[in-house]
Design a binder for this molecule. Structure first.
Ligand SMILES: Cc1ncc(C[n+]2csc(CCOP(=O)(O)OP(=O)(O)O)c2C)c(N)n1
Length: 571
């Protein structure tokens, strides 16, 4: 069959099961846009900025476990993808980005809209390609999807010169198995490592499981629960691991790290065994490495061998898919109990004033924790929430417990402001039957708010919740704690978010009192299409607890007792 490179690309996307692509056209990718007209099975979503396309593909991928696809033109179109690609890389999210490139003969001549996007994205992609031979295109597309979704998933970029998109060649889809020299995603663990891990588990008196994103990506939720229940081991979660274990399970002790539960952090510091599953000991999770989990032996199960012994030296490193490894491990695990250890953790949990913020008076002002807690209550804790980055993100993690996997989508490793709105759009495309809430700060919203137009054009049914504290809140918090309250470049003079949404044709409502939260939630839920609530909250809230960057994990700044906390005057 004689097909153009652009048509071959579309044929290959179809065979990969792609049904939606997020993108923005331009000269160097136009042949592919033209070919799209022959492939109505693949829905193209016109974004308003290419960063949005990458985040939408990422949100789609995280919500579905499938590969998300973004497409852009050369030069500025391609470079606008960069933040989204690095966000996906840091959180191991499988996306394929397709960019147009100037014609092969013009490469290297500083042609109009030429940029070396494979050079630029080399360190932030799992792999990338510049297609110089049209005959290689189908192989490259297959490889790209294979690399993106296997092993430790991640972003792959395919840069396609315009004349490759135009050139017609005889197309035969390559059906043979993919063999990539030097790329062999690990699967089964070495039995000796399994034995060594079992010995440590059976010896331990104060074990704790640290469950990360890998549990969700490999689908090891049942295995995790089985291990925890069988050996009565408490489970702490990373931010991206939320949903790996139901948060109402008695053995789930909650998030760890900088804004984690105090009990989880204390437990890590007193444990005699860490069982780290599909997580990477990020500095936001460990605090000071020199004093991290000082009494604990460590088992680390990871699909990416380069993560083992990278930040934390371990006694047993197991390379493999965490679901497969747990299947190997579980038959050997003896039934155990650790009543004293679990009681000690229970004591830490009870000796905490964190949660009562939900019921504290805000001096007439709305508090973010109350907004998120009420959202959890009125959505019965069952929504898919997609956050942006900042205080509201951490408050979501603390006050919206998740019972199901893949119901929290958030930029963890990169901490990319501007992620929330586009990622929520992508997530809703992936899971149209779920109720999707984007939870976003007033700062981050303004980074990608143009995607309101995309949401409107697609009439995508997402609920957007702006937590407006009129500050770059998380940075203000650091300034309050560590820069003697010098609020340099953090107060925000904001637009009228309700009018702004309405200008985009998005129904919106503003809430300033707690009593109005339920009504507002019901209002946006009743809208068929995007709708927005602006919550005007206390300006100078603080997220507790907090481990200062680089401090010991147990050296948390805790919430002051009731009466000691000043609710500050509005400025
Ligand atoms: C693209 C980007 N720029 C800067 C930062 C640094 N940063 C982290 S949190 C934050 C403040 C976020 O403010 P806002 O969106 O209003 O959310 P809040 O913290 O108030 O909930 C900033 C500036 C970032 N994470 N991402």
């Amino acid at each position: 069959m004689l097909l153009s490179g652009a048509e071959i690309l579309m044929e290959c996307l179809l065979r990969e099961g792609v049904d939606v692509i997020f993108g923005y056209p331009g000269g160097a990718i136009l042949p592919t846009y033209d070919a799209m007209t022959k492939y109505p099975q693949i829905h193209h979503v016109l974004v308003r900025h290419e960063q949005g396309a990458a985040h939408m593909a990422d949100g789609y991928a995280r919500a579905t476990g499938k590969v998300g696809v973004a497409i852009a033109t050369s030069g500025p179109g391609a470079t606008n993808l960069v933040t989204g690609i690095s966000t996906a890389m840091m959180d191991s999210s499988p996306i394929v980005c397709i960019t147009g490139q100037v014609t092969r003969g013009a490469i290297g001549s500083d042609a109009f809209q030429e940029t070396d996007i494979t050079g630029i994205t080399l360190p932030i992609t799992k792999h990338n390609y510049l297609v110089m031979n049209t005959h290689e295109l189908p192989y490259i597309v297959r490889e790209a999807f294979y690399i993106a979704r296997t092993g430790r998933p991640g972003p792959v970029l395919i840069d396609i010169p315009k004349d490759v998109q135009i050139e017609k060649i005889d197309f035969v889809y390559p059906e043979d198995e993919i063999h990539l020299p030097g790329y062999r995603p690990p699967e089964y663990a070495d039995e000796r490592d399994i034995e060594a891990a079992l010995d440590l588990i059976h010896e331990a008196e104060r074990p704790i499981i640290l469950a990360g994103h890998g549990i969700l990506m490999s689908g090891a939720m049942q295995q995790l629960k089985d291990l925890a229940e069988l050996a009565q081991i408490p489970v702490a979660l990373t931010l991206l691991g939320k949903g790996a274990m139901p948060e109402n399970h008695p053995l789930t002790i909650g998030m760890m790290g900088m804004h984690g539960e105090a009990a989880s952090n204390y437990a890590i510091q007193e444990a005699d065994l860490l069982i780290a599953l599909g997580m990477r000991f990020d500095d936001r999770v460990t605090g000071n490495l020199k004093t991290y989990a000082p009494h604990a032996k460590k088992i680390h199960v990871e699909i990416d061998p380069s993560e083992i012994n990278k930040n934390v030296k371990v006694n047993v490193g197991i390379v493999g898919d965490v679901r497969v490894v747990l299947d190997q491990l579980l038959p050997g695990v003896q039934r155990q109990t650790h009543p004293e250890w679990l009681n000690r953790i229970r004591d830490w949990q009870e000796d905490s004033d964190e949660r009562d913020i939900i019921n504290r008076e805000g001096g007439g002002k709305l508090l973010s924790a109350q907004v998120i807690n009420d959202l959890w209550k009125f959505t019965k804790g069952d929504a898919v929430t997609v956050t942006d980055v900042g205080q509201h993100q951490m408050i979501e993690a603390q006050y919206y417990p998740h019972q199901r996997p893949k119901t929290l989508i958030t930029s963890g490793g990169a901490g990319t402001m501007g992620f929330g709105l586009p990622a929520a759009i992508g997530a809703k495309f992936g899971r149209p039957d779920e109720e999707v809430w984007a939870i976003i700060g007033d700062g981050g919203f303004q980074m990608t708010l143009c995607e309101l137009a995309t949401a409107k054009q697609e009439n995508i049914n997402i609920n957007i919740c702006i937590v407006n504290n009129a500050y770059l809140g998380m940075v203000r918090q650091w300034q309050e704690f560590f820069y003697e309250e010098r609020y340099q470049a953090t107060p925000m003079v904001n637009p009228d978010f309700v009018k702004l949404a309405e200008a985009y044709g998005v129904p919106a409502v503003r809430v300033t009192e707690r009593e109005k939260i339920e009504e507002a939630i019901n209002f946006v839920r009743s809208v068929d299409g995007p709708a927005l609530i602006e919550f005007v909250v206390e300006k100078e809230e603080v997220v507790y607890p907090m481990v200062p960057a680089g401090a010991d994990l147990h050296a948390m700044i805790r919430r002051p007792k009731l009466g000691d906390e000043k609710v500050k005057e509005q400025k």
